[in-house]
Design a protein around this ligand. Structure first.
Ligand SMILES: Cc1cc2nc3c(=O)[nH]c(=O)nc-3n(C[C@H](O)[C@H](O)[C@H](O)COP(=O)(O)O)c2cc1C
Length: 346
């Protein structure tokens, strides 16, 4: 087992010591005021700003976020000011986080093989950690589903290698991945998930079986990461891609939007929140079985809402955890302390 599994012993990666093992996942902090709010929350030890793209993005238009207690479905579309324009805010945030002993990660959603390394050059000298977010793009273009980077072995191999070459030694290199299909998914995790939605009056559909990953693909991606020799951390997992949710009443698809750069109407999004917890936990176990002999740490993310969840992620092999949907639900920052205190008491 990789993780030291001890909340009292601080995690240190590449000489960066984490004052708390719980942080905020990517997708919420895109500018200084949002990052400043999070910096003031005592128990949140690290924040992942972004994801940023090279070009500014206005995001998708229409209904792009549905937020209910057991789940969040989003197709926000990476709204951000673009990498270069975001740098003044990120510099200010870094100074603030450093003064509080907290860690700032900056996440890159590169849209091509050149964009992740390009952003690594921009963000690496500022950030405590650089995140290569390989959970994109989670959209349908004119020719159907665009390939998700985590599931494209050539893309993963090349972009990880090239980011590794340009990141400063002081910067933590994290790779954030989409979920891979665990053994027994169809027999146990999926039926449970499906029935949780039915209980609430929804039907969940995985469009075009967009989640058909194989054991071989997972092993190849893990090999690329291990062989690179520079990756310090895996963040698992990003949202479950290609999800459609239909309500019984009124009978409708929950998402309905179009992308700013395409006229295709879309209704699929990425799923997160409590309903993805078992899938996320199983992914932490899978990564742990690949990485336990290495120095690569695991940051667990997906469906954590209380201390027991956090404890289970640590027991599965994570050294750090992140939350997103649970934070969005009350949005006052209290979740971090609540989860941590609950976890300590176990
Ligand atoms: C509204 C929203 C926006 C998100 N945007 C990003 C993003 O820009 N980059 C990223 O790596 N993950 C993004 N995510 C995924 C989260 O960081 C996280 O991996 C996922 O939501 C699972 O965690 P949770 O169940 O605690 O929400 C987003 C999630 C949500 C709900």
């Amino acid at each position: 087992m990789k993780n030291k599994n001890n909340l009292l012993s601080p995690v240190t990666i590449r000489n960066h010591q984490f004052i708390s093992t719980i942080g905020l996942a990517g997708g919420y902090v895109k500018n200084f005021p949002e990052g400043e709010k999070l910096a003031r929350i005592d128990d949140c030890g690290f924040v992942e700003a972004g994801s940023y793209t090279i070009a500014p993005r206005t995001g998708n238009i229409g209904t792009t976020l549905v937020h209910e207690k057991p789940f969040t479905l989003n197709a926000i579309g990476l709204t951000n000011n673009g990498a270069e324009k975001s740098i003044p805010d990120l510099l200010k945030l870094k100074a603030l986080y450093a003064s509080l002993g907290k860690k700032l990660f900056i996440s890159s959603a590169g849209m091509s093989i050149d964009e992740h390394p390009e952003m690594a050059k921009l963000f690496g000298p500022i950030a405590d950690g650089f995140v290569l977010n390989a959970g994109c793009p989670n959209v349908y273009g004119k020719n159907g589903q665009k390939p998700i980077q985590s599931y494209d072995i050539d893309f993963m191999h090349e972009s990880i290698r090239r980011v590794g070459e340009v990141l400063p030694d002081t910067c933590i290199f994290a790779v954030k991945v989409s979920p891979f299909k665990p053994y027994g998914f169809a027999q146990s995790i999926w039926p449970k998930m499906y029935s949780e939605f039915r209980k609430e009056g929804y039907t969940i559909v995985l469009k075009d079986s967009g989640f058909e990953t194989s054991d071989e693909l997972f092993e190849n991606v893990a090999d690329s990461i291990k062989k690179c020799g520079r990756v310090d951390m895996i963040i698992t997992m990003n949202t479950l891609p290609n999800v459609q949710i239909y309500a019984d009443s009124p009978k409708d698809c929950l998402l309905n939007f179009h992308a700013a750069d395409s006229d295709v109407i879309q209704n699929t999004g990425g799923l997160s929140g409590a309903v993805v917890k078992e899938l996320a936990l199983e992914n932490v176990r899978m990564w742990n079985s690949e990485l336990w002999k290495t120095d690569i740490e695991i940051c667990g993310c997906g469906g954590i809402t209380n201390g027991e969840d956090m404890r289970r992620f640590l027991d599965a092999g994570a050294s750090l955890v992140q939350i997103m949907s649970a934070h969005l639900l009350n949005n006052d920052g209290s979740k971090f302390g609540e989860i941590l205190a609950d976890c300590y008491s176990m």
